[in-house]
Design a protein around this ligand. Structure first.
Ligand code: URA
Ligand code: SF4
Length: 219
């Protein structure tokens, strides 16, 4: 079960480095027990864009890094197409431990299992502190879990994707589909096109924000 909040395990004077170490000891929910390790965010500490996934997958759980498996490869391709430099972004997940279930019939593969509201809420202090430390201009939520973790349970990706929202967390927020939805789709090309389109809106907004900031500095 855990204590119900990752806040119980946050370092008292948090920095990204201290959090990266402390997250391995987190017992905010029960997911730590069956995962290999916690997967903390990764990327530029001064990133303009933060990309938020759901939770680490099988590959990420083993590697200890976010979005390095099949979804990560797809994300990389889409970011290139949208001209967003992943090395200048910060990539993380709403939930830091991999939640999985056994294959029906008892196969060896570990199947992704969706985190529940208790786990998402328990894990949110890590995300809040990552945002406070990195202070991105835009937070991109990949899929419904990430979007609902940030914008509330009423958020619907199908209805509200590709639009910018204000959030109390600080950055502008845009939600889009999760790359794994593209992998599962019957029409991958169309879904990928839509995904890249949403990411291009982010790239354009960044240009707009940089221009506005540059103008502010002028007499
Ligand atoms: N899916 C996610 O949501 N996050 C990852 O890090 C990998 C796959
Ligand atoms: Fe802590 Fe999040 Fe892991 Fe739960 S999933 S134990 S809240 S780091």
């Amino acid at each position: 079960m855990g204590t119900g909040s990752a806040g119980d395990f946050l370092p008292s004077d948090p920095t990204l480095e201290r959090m990266r170490a402390a997250v391995q000891g987190c017992r905010g929910c029960g997911l730590y027990a069956r995962a290999t390790q916690a997967v903390f965010g990764q990327g530029s500490t001064r990133a303009e864009v933060m990309l938020l996934g759901e939770q680490p997958g099988d590959k990420e759980d083993v590697a200890g890094q976010p979005f390095v498996g099949p979804s990560g490869k797809l994300l990389d391709t889409a970011l290139v197409e949208a001209r967003i430099d992943r090395t200048l972004a910060y990539v993380t997940n709403a939930v830091k431990h991999f939640k999985w279930k056994q294959m029906p019939g008892g196969g060896k593969r570990r199947l992704h299992d969706k985190p529940n509201a208790y786990e998402i809420t328990a894990c949110r202090p890590w995300l809040e502190q990552e945002i406070a430390q990195v202070r991105p201009a835009i937070l991109v939520c990949l899929g419904a879990t990430a979007a609902q973790a940030v914008l509330g349970p009423g958020f619907r990706v199908t209805r509200d994707r590709g639009r910018f929202f204000l959030s109390e967390l600080g950055p502008l927020v845009l939600a889009t589909i999760h790359p794994s939805a593209i992998l599962r789709s019957d029409d991958r090309a169309a879904e990928m096109g839509g995904f890249i389109g949403d990411l291009r809106l982010v790239a354009d907004k960044l240009v707009e924000l940089r221009t506005a900031e540059a103008l502010e500095g002028q007499p």
